[in-house]
Design a binder for this molecule. Structure first.
Ligand SMILES: [Cu+2]
Length: 335
């Protein structure tokens, strides 16, 4: 049995994967593969997320009581894997958990309209499924679940979780394809209204890596503005992973992040440019001027700091910014 495009079960003959398709364990020459087989092969990951209030009028998700953060923990799955995510709501507000990019029944559509919320003091388990690419009966391809996705509240304040997201209820969700390169370091940058992870320069995150390390950036847009994520000194391929498997793929160094859009890529730290204090920032000038700036500190390969770098970073952090007028205090200015 096989799910057709509309999600209903239909009898089918077989699905032959093309020889050039990298689906790892699923690539068995001449074998029949269906999404249900793919889903069954990956096992289940069980996660508990605790939603908690944080200082500065923030709310975060965390993997244990007292461990909430903004953004919440990055959840990683491999195509074929299932996640059972239990949300424990320790706040005094009704909240939820809604995921982008993965497969779920209506019962796990974490929205008020589908009765998918969690009242204060309650908990609820959401089930997310993923699948590997496969060829549909009509010859077209389902591209699988792999991608740089994200999860967030979809209940607090409004039907769309506008207040929950504004206060920090969001995080990254990475679905890998078997065979994908694994990063040494992973950084999540959420451009949430005028903030980076609800912080502002000079309190925005400083991310560190050693020269040559494979660094994965996950950039997510939230709120009501247009942002453009730009990283100094580095460029990457405009593909699902940020690296290319052939030399003709476009190379970029800036990506547009409209609200709800998530994007990820991998770079080698300092490749072609060496160690340094490289800025990442929103390239909407008004936003950069207002403090949507952070640092990517690339150290020497042995982990030492290049001479003078520490002092230079101190100097950089004295750069003054002009907060945008009208930013709500809940966005964390001054923290
Ligand atoms: Cu911006």
């Amino acid at each position: 049995m096989e799910r057709d495009d509309a999600g209903s079960l239909v009898p089918r003959r077989s699905v032959l994967l093309g020889a050039g398709v990298a689906t790892g364990a699923l690539l068995l020459a001449g074998s029949e593969v269906s999404p249900s087989v793919a889903a069954a092969s990956g096992g289940t990951k069980r996660i508990t997320l605790y939603a908690e209030r944080l200082p500065g009028d923030l709310i975060g998700y965390g993997l244990a009581p007292g461990k909430a953060s903004v953004p919440g923990p990055t959840i990683e799955l491999t195509e074929g894997q299932k996640a059972e995510v239990t949300l424990v709501n320790t706040t005094d507000q009704t909240i939820s958990l809604y995921a982008h990019g993965v497969d779920f029944d209506m019962a796990s559509d974490g929205t008020p309209l589908n009765n998918g919320t969690v009242a204060p003091g309650q908990q609820r388990t959401y089930t997310w499924r993923t699948h590997a690419p496969y060829r549909r009966r009509d010859g077209s391809w389902d591209g699988g679940s792999a991608g740089y996705w994200h999860y967030h509240d979809h209940a607090m304040g409004t039907q769309f979780g506008t207040d929950g997201i504004a206060k920090g209820l969001y995080g990254a969700l990475v679905v890998r394809r078997r065979g994908d390169l694994r990063p040494d370091k992973q950084f999540v940058v959420v451009m949430n209204n005028g903030s980076l992870n609800n912080t502002y320069w000079p309190n925005s995150p400083t991310y560190e890596a050693r020269l040559g390390e494979r660094v994965e950036w996950i950039a997510i847009g939230h709120g009501f503005q247009v942002h453009t994520f730009h990283l100094h000194g580095h460029r990457w391929s405009d593909t699902r992973t940020g690296y290319a498997t052939n030399p003709s793929t476009p190379v970029i160094d800036t990506k547009t992040l409209l609200p709800g859009v998530s994007y990820g890529f991998q770079v080698r730290a300092g490749e072609h440019v060496g160690p340094g204090a490289w800025m990442y920032h929103c390239h909407v000038q008004l936003h950069a001027d207002a403090g949507m700036v952070g640092l990517f500190l690339v150290k020497n390969a042995d982990g030492s700091m290049p001479p003078g770098m520490e002092k230079h970073v101190e100097h950089m952090k004295t750069m003054s910014v002009t907060p945008m007028p009208g930013m709500p205090s809940s966005m964390g200015h001054g923290h």
